[in-house]
Design a protein around this ligand. Sequence first.
Ligand SMILES: Nc1nc2c(c(=O)[nH]1)N[C@H]1C(S)=C(S)[C@@H](COP(=O)(O)OP(=O)(O)OC[C@H]3O[C@@H](n4cnc5c(=O)[nH]c(N)nc54)[C@H](O)[C@@H]3O)O[C@H]1N2
Ligand SMILES: Nc1nc2c(c(=O)[nH]1)N[C@H]1C(S)=C(S)[C@@H](COP(=O)(O)OP(=O)(O)OC[C@H]3O[C@@H](n4cnc5c(=O)[nH]c(N)nc54)[C@H](O)[C@@H]3O)O[C@H]1N2
Ligand code: SF4
Ligand SMILES: [Mo]
Length: 762
Amino acid sequence: MPAPVPFDPQEIVDAKYEERPTREGVTTKRLICAACDIACSVVGEVQKGRVTKVRSSDNPIFKDNICMKGIVAPKGLAHPNRILHPLKRVGERGSGKFEQVTWEEAMSDIGSRLKKVIAEHGPEAWAVATSQWNTSTDHGLGRRVMNHVGSPNWISGVALCAGNTAAVNRFTYGWFPFGDFSNTNCIVLMGHNPRRHSWTPLYNSIRSAQARGAKLIVMDPRRSSSAERADIWLPLKAGSDAAMMFGWLKVIIDEELYDKEFVDNWTLGFEELKERVNEYPLDRVAELTGCDPEMIAEAARVYATSGPSIIPWTPITDMQRNSTSGIRLQTILRSICGYVDVPGGELLQGFNPDIVNESTIEMHHVLSDEQKMKQLGSKDHPAFTYRGQLAFREPTKRVYGQEYANLVTGCHMATPSETFRAMAGEGEYPVKAFFFLGNNPLMSYANMPLIHKAMMNQDLIVSHEQFMTPSAQLADYILPADSWLERPWIHDMFGWMSTIRFSEKAMDPPGECKSTFEFWKQVAGALDMPEVVPWDTIEDFYDYRVAATGKSFADLISDTEVYFKKPAFKTYEKTGFATPSGKVELKSSLLEELGFDPLPYFREDPPHDENFPLKMFTGVREDPFFQTGHRHIPEMRARCPEPQIYLNEKTAKAAGVSEGDWVTVENQLGSIKALLAIKDAMPDDLVRVPHGWWKPEMEQGNGSLSGAWDYSDAQLCRDDPDYLDLEQGIPHLKGIPCRVVPFRSDASVEADVKAQHMEPAE
Ligand SMILES: Nc1nc2c(c(=O)[nH]1)N[C@H]1C(S)=C(S)[C@@H](COP(=O)(O)OP(=O)(O)OC[C@H]3O[C@@H](n4cnc5c(=O)[nH]c(N)nc54)[C@H](O)[C@@H]3O)O[C@H]1N2
Ligand SMILES: Nc1nc2c(c(=O)[nH]1)N[C@H]1C(S)=C(S)[C@@H](COP(=O)(O)OP(=O)(O)OC[C@H]3O[C@@H](n4cnc5c(=O)[nH]c(N)nc54)[C@H](O)[C@@H]3O)O[C@H]1N2
Ligand code: SF4
Ligand SMILES: [Mo]
C-alpha cells in the first residue's frame, strides 16, 4: 500500500519548507520508512555513521506521517537478534542448528544445488516467495532471474493483500485505480481500519478529508475506531461484503442514481448486470448481511449522490471466499457512478514514463508461453496467474505503452496454496527448491500444516532475512539482509501510481548484510547468467532506471523528494480502457473465457456446523508490530506482550471463558492459544484472531518453531475448496468457523478431534 500523496504536483512544489536545525555532529538523510508497507517519507538523523533517530519529515506534505514502528526502527534493527552473517544448516532440516559460512561458499553451493533440482525436475521446480512490500530493493530482479531460468512459480503475500485486487481490477477497466483522497466527497471503508499507528498516512488522509467535509461510510462487523467516526456504520456479518454491494447496486440502479451517460457510452453488460442485481432485493441482502435495509439504502444513496467518491482498496475483500466478486462489485460501483478517472474519484494513473518500471525490469517476455502455462494454480484458479492475465497484453500496450503491467506485483503470480501442495509432493508436479525473501511463508498464507510439510519436503531452501523467523529456521541457507536504513531506494508506488519517491542510504549495513539487489546479482552469477543482472552496484542500476529524467540517481535524490507525471483525467476518451473491448466490462469477457461467471455473484456460507458455532477473522493489526515482525523489540512487546483474541461478554460466557484467561481457538485444521480480551465492540459469535504471532525468545527449530505452533493464526486458516475463492484460489480469512474453549494442551485437542471423527481439512 503506497502512502497517498496529493495528486497535484503543484502542491508539492508549493510546499516549501526549511529543515529543522540539527545538533552538532548530526547529519540528516531523507528516508522512506519500510518498517511497514505504506512507505512514509521520514528523516534519519545520523551520528558517527549510525542512524540514531528516525523522526518526521519537515515537509508539510509529509510531516504527520510517522508512527511508533518507524521511530523504534534504529533500535529494532540494531538488536542482537539481527542476522549478520550467512548461515548454513548443519543438523537435520528444522533442527535449528546452523554454522557461519561466507557469502561465496553459500552461493557456490546454492548455485550447484539449484542447478541439480532444475536438471532433475525442470525449472518450474524452483519456487520463490517474497513480499515486495518489505524486500524494497528487489525491483523485479527476482522475477527477472526466474524468467531467464524458466520458472513461473513466484508467490507473494500480495496474493492476500492488494496484488490480487490489482489483478482483478484489470478485468473491469484494465488498471488498478488509486483514490483521490485529497479531493473526494465520500470515502467508503470496507472493514479497512487505518489508525494513528496503523498505516498512518492513510489515517491522516481520511481525517483530513473528513475535516474538509467528506462523508465516511464504514462496513465492519465490529465497532472499530473508523466505525465510531463514520457518518454511517453498517455492522455487516463477516464475509458478507459482496452481498452488501449487491444491495447498494440494487438501490442505485432502481433509483437511477448512476451516471447514465457514462454507462451508455463506456460500459458493456449493464442489462445483464441489472438482471443479476435483481436477484438481490434488499430484504435478501438484509438477511445475508444482518443489516437494516433502510440503512443499506441510505448508505448507497450517500455514495452515489455525493459526487466523486472513493472506495479505497481494502485488504478485507482480498481475503474472502467471494473475493473476486467482492472486488469486481467495487469496480462496478465505481464505474456506474461515474467516479473512474475523475478528480476526487478513482485515478487510473498509468506508468511514469521517465522511470524504468518494475514490470519492464522483470522481462516477462523471455519466459516461454509453455512455461507460463505451467504456473501453479493456472488451471483451477487462474485470475491472477499468467493464464488469467495474458489477454491484457494487447490492450495494456494500446493504453499504457507496454504489454506487461505487473501492478502491485500481483498480476502474474502462482497461487500460494497450489504451490505449497506441489512442494509437499501433492501437486501437479514436484517443486523441490524454495527461496524466500522479505516473507515469512510458514505463517503468511493459509494452512500452516501444509506449508510446513511442503518446506520439510524440499531439497534446497534459501532465505534472505534480517531475523531468525520460524520460516528461516527451516532453511538450508540464511543470507543476512540489509534494511531500509542501509540502502538507497526508488519507491515506484508498486506501479499503482505514477508518483516516484526516493530514499537515501543513511548508514552502512552491519556485518555481512546485503541488499536483495546483491542477492539476485549473486544468484544470477551462481547460475552462470551474470548478464541477467548486469549492473555492478545498486546505484548503477538506479542510474539505468532514471536515465530518461536526464539526471543521475545521485542528482535526482539530492534535488527531488517526489517525482510526478503531469496528472491527466479521462484519458480513456483518447485510448479506450485497457480491456479487450476498450470499454468498462461490467460483464467480464475474460472471466467468461476462463470459464467463470462473467458477472459477480455471492456464494453463501457452507452449512452451519454446530461443532464450530463461532466465526473468526484474522486482523485488527497490532499497533506495535508489523505483521509477523517486531516481536523482538522490548519497547514494542511491552505494549502487547501476548497474542489476544477478542470476544464480547455474551459470547465469552457461552464459551465458559473470562477476561484474561488463556483459551484455545480451534477448528478442523488446527488450534492456537491466546489470551482472552473482552471487547464490547465485538458482535455476538465473532472471534478476532491476531495475525502472525511467534515469540523470538522461545526455542528455535521443529518442536516449537519459536512459538509458531502455539500461536500462528495460519494454523486456523483453511484452504480447502469451500474456503477458497473460485477465480483466484485465495483463502477466506474473514468468517472461518471455529470454537473457543478454555485452554487445553495439544494432546487433549487431538483426542477430542478423534473422538468426534472430525476429518481434518485437506
Ligand atoms: N494467515 C494469514 N496470512 C496472511 C495474513 C493474515 O492475516 N493471516 N495477512 C496477509 C497480509 S495483509 C500481508 S501484507 C502479508 C504479509 O506477509 P509477509 O510479507 O510475510 O510479511 P511479514 O510477516 O512482515 O514478513 C516479512 C519478513 O521480511 C523480513 N524483512 C523485513 N525487511 C526486509 C528487507 O529489507 N529485506 C529482507 N530480505 N527481509 C526483510 C522481516 O524480518 C520479516 O520476517 O501476509 C498475508 N498473509
Ligand atoms: N501497526 C500496524 N499497522 C498495520 C499493519 C500491522 O501489522 N501493524 N499491517 C498493515 C497491513 S499489511 C494491512 S493489509 C493492514 C490491514 O489493516 P486493516 O485494513 O485495517 O484490516 P484489519 O486490521 O485486518 O481489519 C480491519 C477491520 O476489518 C473488520 N472485519 C473483519 N472481517 C470483516 C469482513 O468480513 N468484512 C468487513 N467489511 N470488515 C471485516 C475488523 O472488525 C476490523 O475492524 O494494516 C496495515 N497496518
Ligand atoms: S506507518 Fe509507521 S511503520 Fe509504516 S511507514 Fe509510516 S512510520 Fe513506517
Ligand atoms: Mo497487508
